[in-house]
Write a protein that binds this ligand. Structure first.
Ligand code: ZN
Length: 204
């Protein structure tokens, strides 16, 4: 399992990253059940346990947790909970800022590393990397990077080792919730051009 889920289960994530993963899990009940099951059976510790949890009891727990999770994930103001509660207002009431053409963002109060991002249909983010972990949760629409397409509920995890250039897929705008624990790294012309955009203060 990805380390970010283990950090989530053990409470080791920052509040903003915790909110993002909690929202992702609310949108993806099957993932939620997996993480909860991992928590229930004690993860890797299980292998050393004298009394292994039976396959039947694992399956029963997974079924119960999936049923509970499916009943969750309510939506308020067009946003899934618990994110909707943290935002507290409808999207159209937020004061959006445009760091570059085709992109609007709204930074969550108290958490400068967390923001809602809206990319227009046909829009793209210049190729970049990061100096820390970047978590991106798709809320509406879809985007691609490389050979992968991320759709509502999908979570992209990127870090220092990943260079990507997200591009909106389809006719609708793409709305994401992103948490960046670091700065952007850009190369060549992209770096020069970024100095003239709202990203200038977030470059490594
Ligand atoms: Zn990125």
């Amino acid at each position: 399992m990805e380390p970010v889920y283990l950090d989530y289960a053990s409470g080791a994530l920052s509040p903003a990253a915790h909110l993002l993963i909690a929202t992702h899990l609310a949108m993806r009940p099957e993932r939620q059940a997996e993480v909860a099951l991992w928590d229930v059976i004690g993860g890797g510790v299980l292998e050393e346990a004298a009394e292994p949890v039976s396959e039947l009891s694992k399956a029963q727990t997974l079924r119960r947790l999936t049923a509970e999770a499916s009943a969750a994930a309510p939506t308020v103001n067009g946003l899934p909970e618990p994110l909707a509660q943290a935002v507290g207002r409808p999207l159209e009431d937020l004061r959006w800022f445009s760091p570059m053409p085709g992109m609007r963002e709204w930074v969550l109060p108290d958490w400068p590393e967390a923001r809602l991002l809206r990319l227009k249909a046909g829009g793209a983010v210049p190729e970049h990397s990061h100096t820390g972990r970047e978590l991106t949760l798709v809320l509406q629409g879809a985007y691609s990077a490389g050979d992968t397409v991320w759709r509502p509920g999908d979570l992209e995890m990127a870090d220092e080792g990943v260079w990507h250039a997200p591009r909106v897929v389809g006719e609708a705008e793409c709305l994401c919730f992103a948490v960046l624990e670091g700065r952007y790294r850009l190369k060549g012309w992209n770096r020069l051009l970024a100095a003239f955009t709202g990203f200038r203060d977030r470059l490594a």
